[in-house]
Design a binder for this molecule. Structure first.
Ligand SMILES: Nc1ncnc2c1ncn2[C@@H]1O[C@H](COP(=O)(O)OP(=O)(O)OP(=O)(O)O)[C@@H](O)[C@H]1O
Ligand SMILES: [Mg+2]
Length: 341
């Protein structure tokens, strides 16, 4: 295995579906494949073999080379605290309301948890192919910059100021005298809120060294990764897709391919309208023909501008949520052979 396949793109374009489809196609080709997925629709989760909330890899009963795991960022954060903080600080962190607030609401936090889970499974070297469906919150380059952002947050200027001077050594961490700013504010407010925040920040700061080292490892995996950008032919996701070509080369290789999902068949562009067709139907066919032409123009312009491989996945009459229809999405595109040599 060379590196993970990261499936990214704007919200709602089909990242989870394309990740699952690539996973099924790779597993059917005989590769031990792991799909790390985020919040799949119920029927899709069932097809992948994830009937309950599995955040550990589970083999598919119908297709045993296909493994899947749900990315559960809350559970990942408990694990992150335990692997980077001393045991007593980790205990306090996982029970801390502030810790839960940060891990739930800091934008990079869901992305970091997903990236950390990805790195953990890559470290295990049990799979030939690992496909990562990126969380909706990171609908862009944010997934790749989350490790640095989070390390900067934990080791950042505000934290340093609150917890006193440079990053303290373990022995000095609980030195109350190092927190005069907090104590003064506490006296003024007559509460222990800031005192508790301060204690929490001290605990969080103990994760800094581990987090920094781990972030560097994750970034190494990013540099080895293959990115697939999923989009529809609508302007907003296409703009988002274009961003990857400008920004991704700073942190990883440029996207290997762009998947235009839910496209209309090119055959519709020249739909012949029989003479006896009713006017509303004729109008309808003409509108769809125009939309199919517009979509093709969008794809052609994107390919010419970014000199990238473009793959189209057709708009299916029903949501592709079983192994057969998922595999069919990828089979026609030839994408798998491009990604896996
Ligand atoms: N080619 C397709 N044809 C028909 N329906 C599709 C196709 N691809 C995806 N869908 C449907 O579109 C919806 C959104 O897809 P999906 O959940 O994969 O998007 P997503 O990018 O992962 O969304 P989010 O950003 O919310 O995670 C789902 O209902 C899915 O079944
Ligand atoms: Mg999704």
């Amino acid at each position: 295995m060379t590196g993970p396949i990261l499936v990214t793109g704007a919200g709602g374009v089909g990242k989870t579906t394309v990740s699952a489809a690539l996973g099924v196609a790779a597993a059917q080709a005989g590769y031990q494949t792991l799909v790390l997925t985020v919040d799949p629709a119920k029927r899709l989760a069932t097809a992948l073999g994830l009937d309950e909330l599995h955040n550990t890899p589970t083999a598919n009963k119908t297709l045993p080379t296909l493994w899947a795991a749900m990315l559960d960022s809350e559970a990942s954060w408990d694990q992150i605290a335990r692997s980077h903080a001393p045991p007593d600080a980790a205990d306090r962190l996982v029970n801390s309301e502030f810790f839960h607030a940060i891990t739930r609401h800091f934008p990079a936090s869901q992305s970091y948890a997903a990236a950390e889970a990805m790195a953990q499974y890559l470290d295990e070297r049990r799979w030939d192919v690992i496909i990562v469906d990126t969380p909706p919150a990171s609908g862009g380059i944010e997934f790749f910059t989350a490790p640095t952002e989070l390390t900067n947050l934990v080791g950042g200027r505000l934290f340093r100021w609150l917890t006193g001077g440079a990053i303290p050594g373990r022995r000095e961490l609980f030195n109350v005298a190092a927190r005069p700013a907090l104590r003064i504010v506490d006296i003024a407010l007559g509460s222990d809120l800031l005192e508790r925040v301060g204690a929490f920040l001290f605990d969080l700061r103990t994760t800094y060294d581990g987090l920094r080292t781990r972030s560097q490892e994750i970034e190494k995996y990013f540099r080895k990764s293959t990115t697939i950008v999923v989009t529809t032919s609508d302007p907003a996701p296409v703009t988002e897709a274009a961003r990857f070509f400008k920004e991704l080369p700073q942190v990883a290789r440029p996207p290997a391919a762009v998947v235009f999902n839910r496209t209309l068949p090119t055959a519709w562009e020249k739909a012949e309208i029989p003479a006896n067709t009713t006017r509303p139907l004729a109008r309808n066919l003409a509108l769809w023909a125009r939309e199919a032409r517009r979509q093709e123009t969008v794809r052609d312009e994107f390919a010419a501008r970014y000199r990238t491989k473009i793959v189209s996945i057709g708009w299916q009459p029903t949501a592709p949520t079983d192994l057969e229809s998922l595999a069919a999405l990828i089979d026609e595109t030839g994408l798998l052979t491009d990604l896996i040599d």
